[in-house]
Design a protein. Structure first.
Length: 155
């Protein structure tokens, strides 16, 4: 079962979106230098369709996107929630930040509008560093994904 520890409305995680970031616990990645190491433990409240509905009721039109921050311990459950959002709350985009380098085969990528992959590697930095190993992809209208990581780099 997925559990979340906290949420926040963020403006820089997904370009051009006001995003509700849901921090999911029980992270199996354990990246050295992780700024959210408290998410390594299996703690928090259940993250299910009832929680999603409560977030939608609470934040409504204040957000345009819902992002799952983690969930690599149960990617199938993350995918089920993404599908639920697209079916029951189609006004929202759905994003997923995975610490893995490859998306699990149980994931239907078309259920996500954005997918970020890659563990945090301190000397390569986060998305805003052009040397980062992490990548953010956006689904295009034809269902393919394009790398939009460079949108985080200052020109």
């Amino acid at each position: 079962m997925l559990k979340y520890v906290n949420t926040g409305i963020v403006f820089q995680e997904i370009p051009d979106e006001v995003t509700l970031a849901i921090n999911i616990s029980n992270c199996p990645c354990h990246c050295p230098g992780c700024h959210s190491y408290y998410l390594w433990d299996d703690i928090g409240l259940p993250l299910d369709t009832h929680a999603i509905d409560a977030f939608v009721d609470k934040f409504g039109t204040d957000i345009t996107c819902i992002s799952f921050m983690g969930g690599d311990a149960d990617p199938k459950a993350v995918n089920q929630l993404a599908l639920y959002i697209h079916e029951e709350h189609p006004e929202f985009k759905v994003a997923w930040y995975s610490g893995k380098t490859i998306i699990s085969s149980v994931i239907n990528k078309r259920d996500f509008d954005y997918i970020k992959i890659g563990p945090f590697i301190k000397h390569l930095g986060p998305l805003k560093n052009p040397k980062t190993n992490q990548r953010l992809y956006r689904q295009k209208d034809d269902g393919t994904f394009e790398d939009i990581t460079s949108r985080f780099w200052r020109q």
